[in-house]
Design a binder for this molecule. Structure first.
Ligand code: NAD
Length: 363
């Protein structure tokens, strides 16, 4: 079956790792056509918008996309294109696998954790009230009148909404993922002991949905304890499901357990559309240097291939990436024992080595 996939190369080092990823996906032999569109600050210069309609139309039409990182310039008033796309398409689930690959420097071995982060609610909903603004002072007065709590007048306020429907969707997504991928346990993470009406609601929803999946073990953890446990005994966890902010923090923590952002893939998934992307940013200081590690975007492509039911191609690609990393010869600087190792290869040479492996494995 032919797949038409939206490809957003991104900016900074995005185009280099996107090109490398396209080549390895094509080497698996699947029938794919790329619908290439771009977004971000560089596009703004030509088109007057950071997120042109043709990007949105392409994703609406193809339903599947893969994206290189996009720079969010600081202090220019640009909204993050990444956050905007998640909102527009209601990509409510952020999937972040954190898996050990021999050859990647890390403190732990044999980890295989899945972090499922809610992507649309919580303190990320963007409901914020700035210091000294009339509406901020109004909220402070409102809270005093309704709750008899005096917030300091010199406060900024950010609001944390968590809904039953949003929690149900993300928790069900986590259990369904566990079921489909033969995972044994789902852990719900929260701070319900203190934040009762939002995290408490998330926890109640977690316990209720867990009953629908008797074949999968479920448990919950308070987020601070979860951080300690992930550092002390990460191997006892399997799938974690978290509200947005805790998910943001713990997914980077978990990426750190397996060797950092250079090898951490990701996906933003909604009911209709899924957008796959590396976890790291555009690393602009390496732009055009053919230096950075393409693994995170390639592993995001592995997730994408599984999502479109090309599991054979996904397995071959993942195995080929893993073998090249394990051999440690044709890898980028960050995967060498020393960062200035002269034997490090460039982004595209690492892709060449992976393609060679794909061909060997495919016989
Ligand atoms: P970054 O991830 O781009 O880079 C931080 C450092 O990590 C780099 O300088 C480099 O040393 C290292 N690094 C990152 N990826 C690497 C790779 N694949 N191989 C080797 N080394 C790698 O983080 P940043 O500097 O905070 O962000 C740069 C820009 O990217 C910002 O504008 C930010 O908003 C944006 N960003 C975009 C996304 C996205 O598109 N989803 C995600 C995060 C950040």
């Amino acid at each position: 079956m032919k797949h038409i996939i939206t490809l957003i190369p991104g900016d900074g080092t995005g185009p280099e790792i996107s090109e490398a990823t396209v080549r390895v996906v094509e080497a698996t032999g699947i029938d794919v056509e790329w619908d290439v569109v771009n977004a971000g600050a560089e596009v703004y210069e030509k088109e007057g918008t950071v997120l042109p309609d043709k990007v949105l139309d392409s994703l609406r039409k193809n339903k599947i996309g893969i994206k290189g990182p996009i720079t969010t310039p600081v202090g220019t008033g640009f909204r993050s294109v990444n956050v905007a796309m998640r909102k527009i398409f209601d990509l409510y689930a952020c999937l972040r696998p954190c898996k050990s690959y021999p050859g990647v420097k890390s403190r732990y071995k044999d980890l295989d954790l899945i972090i499922v982060r809610e992507n649309t609610e919580d303190l990320y909903a963007g409901i914020e009230f700035e210091l000294n603004k009339p509406e901020t002072l109004e909220i402070i007065d409102f809270i005093k009148s309704k709750k008899d709590i005096q917030i300091k007048k010199d406060s900024g306020i950010s609001i944390k909404p968590i809904s039953v429907s949003g929690s149900e969707k993300i928790i069900r997504f986590a259990f369904e993922y566990a079921k489909k991928n033969n995972r044994k346990k789902v852990t719900g993470v929260h701070k319900a002991n203190i934040i009762k009406y939002t995290d408490g609601l998330f926890l109640d929803t977690f316990r209720r949905i867990a009953l629908e999946y008797p074949g999968i073990e479920s448990e919950d953890r308070i987020v601070d304890n979860m951080c300690m446990q992930l550092v002390q005994k990460p191997e006892i966890y399997d799938v974690l499901v978290l509200p947005n902010l805790y998910g943001d923090i713990l997914s980077d923590l978990a990426a750190g357990l397996v060797g950092g952002l250079g090898v951490a893939p990701g996906a933003n998934i909604g009911d209709e559309i899924a957008l796959f992307e590396a976890t790291h940013g555009s690393a602009p200081k390496y732009k055009g240097l053919n230096r950075i590690n393409p693994t995170a975007l390639m592993l995001s492509a592995v997730l994408m291939l599984r999502h479109i039911n090309e599991s054979k191609a996904a397995d071959v690609l993942e195995k080929s990436i893993a073998e090249v990393i394990k051999e440690g010869k044709d890898v980028t600087y960050d995967l060498k024992p020393y960062r200035d190792d002269p034997s490090a290869v460039g982004t595209s040479q690492m892709a060449d080595a992976i393609i060679k492996k794909i061909k060997e494995l495919s016989g």
